[in-house]
Each structure stands twice: as C-alpha cells, then as structure tokens.
Design a protein. Sequence first.
Length: 487
Amino acid sequence: MAAFNLSRNFKNSLWNLVDIFAYPLIFLVSTPFFIDRLGEKEFGVWMLVNSLMIAMQIFNLGLGTATFKHVAAHAGLKDFEKVSSTINTNFSLSSLLHILCVLSGLSISIAMRYFSLFKIEPAYIDLVCAGTLLGSILVGFKFYEQIIGYTFKALERFDLDTFLSTGLKLSVLTINILLVFLGFGLVALFIASIACSFINLIISFVVIKKQIPGFEWRFKLNKINIMQELNFAIWPWFQTLAIIITFQCDRFFVVTFVGLATLTYYGLAATMFNHIHMGFNAIVPWLAPKITKMKTIGEDPEALYRSARNFSLLLSLSALLIFSLVNEPILSLLLSKTKYAAASEFIRLFTVFEIFFVFSIVPNYFLNAAGFEKMYFKIVLFYCISIMSGMAIGYFTTHTAGGIIMGMTASTALTMFIQNWIISQQIFKGNGLKEAFILYLPPFLLSWAIMSSDKWLQFSLYGLTILSLHFVFTRHQKINFNLLKID
C-alpha cells in the first residue's frame, strides 16, 4: 500500500482530483451570493445555458481522446514533429467545430424565441437567447482547452494541466463574483468568460511551446492526418454523444415542464453530482494506458480490471456513505438553510443515483482500452436509452422533478447490473450473475438507508452497508494494490 501511495498513478490521480474539486467547492460556497444577486430565475437561466453548452460538446468528435493517444505515442518515440502535427490538426478541426457550435447556438436561440422551445417565460426570453448565443461561442473554447489538457496529460504533466485548468476556472469565477457584486448580469458574465478563455488559450500555447521542441501553431487540415485522428476517436465519440444527450435531457425536462425556478435548485444538485462523479472518475485515470500496454504484450488484464474496479467502487461508495451522513449540516451552512431546504430532496435522490452510476467508471476505461469499443458503445446506448425512458416514466408518473431522478436511478441500477453481468460472463467467462449480485449488496443497502425515513432502520442499514463493503471488497473481491502501481 505504501508503494502505491508513492506511485505516479497516485500522484496523477491526486492532480486530477485537485483540478476537479477546487472549482466546484468554491462555486458551491458562492452559490447563495449568485442566487441572491441574480435571482432564482436568472440563476436558472445560467443553469439552462450551461446545460446547452454541455450538450453542444457532442460536436467535439472525440478529438481530445485522439490527442491523448497520438501525442503520448509520438512523444514516447521523441517524434516531436508528429506531436506538433497531431496538436495542429486537432486544433484546426476544433476551429471548424467552433463555427458549427455558434451556428447551433443561433438556431437554438431562434427556436426558443419563435417556436417556444423549452417554453421559456416571456420576461426571460431575451436573456436566454443572448446567453445561448454567447454560450455557443464559449463552448468552442472548451474544445481547445480539452486538446490542451489531454496534451499535458499525454506528456505526463498533470501538474501543468491542473494549474492552467484550475487557474482559468478560478479566474472566471472570481471575475464573475466581482461583476455580480457591481450589479452586472449574465450577459457580462458570459463575455468575461469568453475573454478569460481567449487569454488562457494564448498562455497555454506559450507553455506547450516550451514543452514540445520545435512546436509552432499552424492551421493544418491534411486528409491523411484528419482520418488518422477521427478513425481512433469515432467509437469513444459515439459513447460520449449518447451520454451527453442522456444526461442533459433531465434538465431540459425540468425547464420545459416544471420551470426556471425549479431548475435553479435541480441544476445546482445535478452540477454538484456531475463534479462528484468526475472526482470518482479521476481515481483511475491511469488504467486505460496500462490496459492497452498489457493487451499489446499479450498479458491477461482480468486481475488488474477487478482490482481497479473494486478499488474505485470501495472509495466511491465509502465517500457517498459519508456524504449522505454529513451533507445536511455542511451544505446547510454553505448554502444557507432555506436554499439547502429547496435543494435537499434533489441532493438525496442524486446521491442514490450516483451510488449506481459509479459502476460505469472502470468499464469505460477498460473496454475502450482493451479493444472492445464497439461492444461498449452498445452497452452505453442500451443504458442511455433505458435512462431516458426512466426519466420520461418518472416524470409522467409523478409530474415532479424528483420523479425524473427516481426514474433515472431505477434504470441506472438495472442497466449497471446487466453491464457487470455481461463483462464478467462474456469477456472473462466467469459466473457473471453471481458476481453482479455480490457487487450490488453494498449499493443496495446504502440506497435503502438513504431513502429510509425511519432513523433506527436507517442507521442499522448504514451499519450493514459498512459490513458489506468490508465483506465484498476485502474478503470476497480482495484488492491487489501491487497491480495498481505503475511499472
């Protein structure tokens, strides 16, 4: 265990966690200020535009993933000319996708203004349309930032990625707080964010130039290079496409059928758990290249997969157990009691949803790295369609935003169970059904505890959850920490 703590895997995971959690923690603390100054509905507009921006990331074509793979491969051979070619090709493609985003933002704005898309209240239609157009400009910069981030990670400079990424986020947040304090609205906030992203892009190019000998920015669209990048990225992009569409649908459901005020607190809880999931995802970012290496040299990755999966689940489920016990006093203090009360039911339901969604993390890394991209796309498509169906059933059964989350959770629990069964049975030829049932014992007990209204039953279930975590992950599915170290 001590050797694992000192490994490069551990350090890279730590940098990832710093990058992922620094911004949302400060944003969470400042949320009451934004809601009070902007108002619940204008803050809801902000949440809606952010959801649209995330949805527009479907246009990124998986270029970040392609950048990571090819920069890492060329840098390992000290072929810095090809490293530069990869970066320039993907930046050039991203500039075209940026234009596509702006055109999409314009189209969505027209649809909201003239065709009642999302049924926006008339008093906020001008603000939503302006925010959507500015958001479409801003999201294009996210494509460039993704390529920059994956470049640094491919060069194993997670520290530089964290400094630049977190520095940008905190700069934007600080400026936004200042602008709102001075009485400016959302339009000024989006313009400031675009300016900060542009400055960050220039700084990033300077840093990249120092890291890559001979690097020069050039607009480069060579057919051979384009096909090389897109051929690798296509299946991971299909997976991302399905996931982005699925996990923005709930917010569009809320704004269309429930309203902007509810979206404020729903979006707050959803954003919080998006970052929590990203944090859990950062536990094993090193797994993919290690699996690829093992498959290349003919080694069996099953033991590594099981240890990484169990390590990820143990940490994630333990963290969610602790969160479910302490979130009320902490978030009541950070958000204020009234705002926490408005968001508390969404937070409780999203906690249960995340308990089952963490089962998607390690299969994503493993199946893509082990050459099962098409198989994983089918799995992703299956669970995304199921989750969207669950959202619709949940809403039209209860006619509440909470019903949407309950529908998502039921579908996720079922599909993650089937996913683990398929991987164990079809890839590793094991007893998939038995293993899936054993793995589901802790999340089942923990979700029951969180949803229980009887305090004695609730704490009894928490105790059983702790015992089940010990039984499943230290006895039945023991973690081999030696396998989690980098060679």
